[in-house]
Write a protein that binds this ligand. Structure first.
Ligand SMILES: [Fe+2]
Length: 459
């Protein structure tokens, strides 16, 4: 047997404090024999001549790993001593030494003194040493279990604390991320709004330069968006078409006033070449902006003809980008409507446009012409009946249709007759009324679905 105290499963058990055993016997020679027996063991041997002295030692000494007590002692007997020792050291194993014939005393010590085993006098050294080692091992394992349980309990508490702090951190970070997301969303909306405002400002700038085209670009854009929706164009392409239609003639800014005022049919070949460059100049002017690069391609090809007779590259049929074919159709419709002007302008425009299918325009778009014309230039609600009214700018609502052109106080065209007002156009009109006041009321046609005070209705 190894001299050290070891566990069969876990190897040597570490002794954090000096380990002792307590031997109690009223005979000095027995205590001396026991001390000698355990001389080489890795624990101290404490001795007491009586149960009372044994209890005093138990009270004043830590880490007593085993009690070995005689049964027959004057005064306090072994059973009584072990009973009291149970209160002071409940986890310490208790062994009783008794004579061969004293079976009754041994049973009493086990039952009442809660001794874990009894050894007989005279004893066998090897048996006693082995019994003490076994019980000390058990004691140390119990102590280790107590220590580990306390450690697990403490670590569980620390873990619970960490979890609470972690949850608080996650919750705090979630709130921060949510706030940052909302701020980003707001910034994106502002950026988009600024982007739209800049595109419209460019478009308006071009139209200030060329009064004849009035609010042509906005009408082309509205018509092109309707065609794109009818065709089922993807969202990204629809947005490119909207912007390209607004800016399609931006290249005309570089053309001289004289040339700009001329009809292309009256131009000399040189003047016509110069005029036709506006689609390439339009692309060049936006090409440096990565966001508008695809838009620039659509602008370049907005004068290509389906049969290949257009400019600047003479592309034909499917080689012309779909967005450019749609803008070409919307451009043609808008120009034709304003050329005809009058009650049957829309019908005449539809008829005239359909004759251009396969030559100037893409025949696959023919099926969308009538709806594009009527929805852009009549207003979708005409079929439900419209009331005519004269309103102050602050009383305008989206969905109303302008019954005449709106000019600012300095005579700049703001919106064209027939425009079906959107929210942003209502805001633009109201802002213009403040910045460059026009003195008359705004003439509108109002769908019956929009509520308005009866005083404003003309008929
Ligand atoms: Fe053009």
């Amino acid at each position: 047997m190894d001299d050290r105290l070891t566990s069969a499963d876990n190897g040597e058990i570490p002794l954090e404090q000096p380990l002792s055993i307590l031997c109690v016997d009223d005979e000095d020679n027995i205590l001396k024999s026991l001390s000698r027996l355990f001389r080489r063991e890795p624990f101290r041997v404490l001795t007491a001549n009586s149960g009372e002295e044994g209890l005093e030692i138990l009270q004043s000494t830590e880490n007593i790993g085993l009690i070995l007590s005689d049964q027959r002692m004057p005064g306090m007997d072994g059973t009584t001593f072990l009973q009291s020792a149970t209160l002071l050291a409940p986890n310490t194993p208790r062994l009783i030494l008794t004579g061969y014939t004293d079976v009754h005393a041994a049973i009493e010590a086990i039952n009442q003194g809660r001794a874990c085993r009894f050894l007989t006098k005279p004893w066998d050294d090897g048996e006693v040493r082995q019994a003490v080692r076994d019980e000390l091992r058990r004691y140390l394992m119990v102590q280790e279990n107590i220590r580990l349980s306390a450690l697990v309990t403490r670590q569980n508490k620390e873990l619970a604390g960490h979890n609470i702090r972690l949850e608080e951190q996650v919750s705090h970070q979630t709130v921060q991320i949510r706030r940052q997301y909302d701020e980003t969303l707001l910034l994106n909306r502002r950026l988009k709004s600024n982007y739209d405002a800049i595109i419209l400002a460019f478009s308006d700038l071009m139209e200030l330069r060329h009064h004849q085209i009035r609010s042509h670009s906005r009408s082309v854009s509205a018509c092109a968006q309707r065609i794109a929706r009818l065709v089922g164009a993807p969202k990204e392409l629809s947005e490119q078409i909207r912007v390209a239609a607004l800016l399609h003639d931006i290249g005309k800014i570089g053309i001289s006033d004289l040339l700009l005022a001329m009809n292309p049919e009256e131009m000399t070949p040189g003047e016509l070449r110069e005029y036709q460059l506006h689609s390439v100049r339009g692309q060049t002017s936006v090409d440096s902006l990565e966001e508008l690069r695809e838009v620039g391609v659509l602008i370049r090809h907005h004068h290509e003809a389906y049969d290949g007779s257009g400019y600047p590259d003479g592309l034909a049929d499917g080689k012309i980008p779909l967005g450019s074919r749609i803008i070409a159709l919307a451009n043609h419709i808008t120009t034709t409507v304003s050329r005809f002007r009058g009650v049957d302008a829309n019908d005449l425009t539809i008829r005239e446009t359909l004759t251009r299918m396969g030559t100037l325009l893409d025949p696959e778009l023919a099926g969308f012409v009538e709806r594009a014309v009527r929805e852009t230039f009549e207003g979708a609600s005409r079929a439900t009946g419209l009331a005519q009214a004269e309103l102050a700018p602050q009383d305008l609502s989206p969905g109303m249709i302008l019954s005449r052109d709106i000019l600012s106080g300095s005579r700049v065209l703001i919106l064209q007759e027939g425009t079906n007002l959107t929210t942003s156009e209502v805001i633009t009109l109201q802002r213009t009324a403040r910045n460059d006041p026009f003195h008359s009321r705004v003439g509108v046609l109002i769908p019956r679905t929009i509520p308005i005070g009866a005083d404003f209705i003309l008929h």
